[in-house]
Design a protein. Sequence first.
Length: 161
Amino acid sequence: MADGIAMTAEGVHVVLDALSAVGCSAWVSGGWGVDALVGRQTRPHRDLDLAIDAAHEASALKALIQLGYEIETDWRPVRVELASAGTGWVDLHLVAFDENGDGRQADLDGGFFTYPRSCFATGSISGGEVDCLSVDQQLIFHRGYEPRDVDLADLALLRDL
């Protein structure tokens, strides 16, 4: 549906504002998360990766559907990817939080990814402050797979930070 469409900085803020309006905490990760930490857009992005509080999954999906997104890939409880013609993709990673503020996201092999409360940071996209994942957490999530050219570029930026 959204093939060939890039997620813009404006689109990032539209999505984050819609999620915030329904009380859903979200942290930018992936390529936009790297750019948030760097403080500028470094490359085009196909999608917006977000870690969200799994307790607000239903309200997040409803908010995105109201923006014109449709579910394209449903691998819940791990992740759900939505697409919108002319807008791009949003990839929601569902994180369950404990009483200490530490999070866990299921993985496809029956295990889980950890989000220690110390991994949540603040960055900037187009001059607007956004919640994002820390440099260390981004580096952790770039392990365990064969990196593409964009991943190698992101890793170089993260290491420079």
